[in-house]
Write a protein that binds this ligand. Structure first.
Ligand code: ZN
Length: 154
């Protein structure tokens, strides 16, 4: 177990250096939604292609700290091609992961109440809860995605 933390750091760095789903979607009916985290200067732009109740494609542009950009990349990989209901479930689960308080983190560093297996690589971001100022960085892409989905549904 020594090396959950190392493994997680590797995953975050990998997504930061080689962000997945980078780019833009220009063909309608892609939705463009942008988010900004003034505390850190992180920016994200998401292009969402929603069709027949599924997020058929997602592309993103942005810049900022490693946590914000890695979180966006991990998010894209987790939600692309999924039904909207599943995407919203994943957003909820991730939010839970980010709102666990330190008191609930077990001795091995894992939050007690979130099913990490369901999160896959997203679990790599769990360490962020220990640094409250970075939670907004990690949540930026997710909050932006929620806005985008609400826009599509409206
Ligand atoms: Zn940041």
């Amino acid at each position: 177990m020594a090396n959950f933390e190392d493994l997680y750091r590797e995953i975050i760095l990998d997504h930061y250096r080689s962000p997945r789903n980078r780019g833009e979607l220009t063909t309608p009916p892609a939705v463009l939604v942008e988010g900004f985290n003034p505390l850190c200067g992180d920016e994200i732009a998401l292009y969402l292609d929603v069709d027949d109740g599924a997020l058929v494609n997602i592309k993103m542009m942005g810049h900022g700290c490693s946590i914000s950009q890695a979180s966006a990349s991990l998010m894209g990989a987790a939600v692309k091609g999924r039904p909207i209901a599943t995407v919203r479930d994943t957003i909820e689960t991730f939010k839970q992961l980010m709102t666990e308080h330190e008191a609930t983190i077990e001795h091995d560093g894992r939050p007690a109440q979130v099913d990490l297996r369901a999160l896959g690589e997203l679990a790599a971001l769990q360490g962020v809860v220990k640094f409250p100022v970075r939670i907004k960085c990690a949540m930026l892409a997710w909050n932006t995605l929620t806005q985008g989905l609400d826009q599509v549904a409206a």
